[in-house]
Design a protein. Structure first.
Length: 115
């Protein structure tokens, strides 16, 4: 790797590219090494799904409790445990990203929902 004093000796845009790469590596990390995101998930939210049904999620960080469109309540652990956006255990999975939730249950069509 080039020493800072060698930036001026790099050909063309290489010095700029190296600076961008070095800056990009300076991102804050959440617990467990995942990159922290600006969209923090609320402690409780209702998500409206494409099919007109809703999904209610209580977020505890290391787990979530959801009430699915059929009224079934399920508690899902983070998967893997260091995650704060992916939750699941057979036959359920939930992915939270920004204002979207993707809910999957074996044998059912996955639901994409927004809060």
């Amino acid at each position: 790797m080039a020493d800072k004093r060698d930036f001026g000796r790099l050909p063309g845009n290489s010095a700029l590219l190296l600076a961008v790469v070095l800056l990009a590596s300076c991102v804050s990390q959440g617990d467990g090494g995942e990159v922290a995101t600006a969209a923090v998930q609320p402690a409780q939210a209702t998500y409206r799904c494409e099919s007109g049904v809703s999904l209610t999620i209580e977020n505890f960080g290391a787990s979530v409790r959801l009430t699915d469109p059929e009224g079934e309540q399920v508690e899902l652990p983070a998967a893997p445990a260091s995650q704060r956006s992916r939750y699941g255990q057979t036959p359920y999975a939930l992915v939270l990203e920004g204002e979207e939730a993707l809910y999957m249950k074996n044998g059912k069509t996955p639901l994409t929902c927004r809060r």
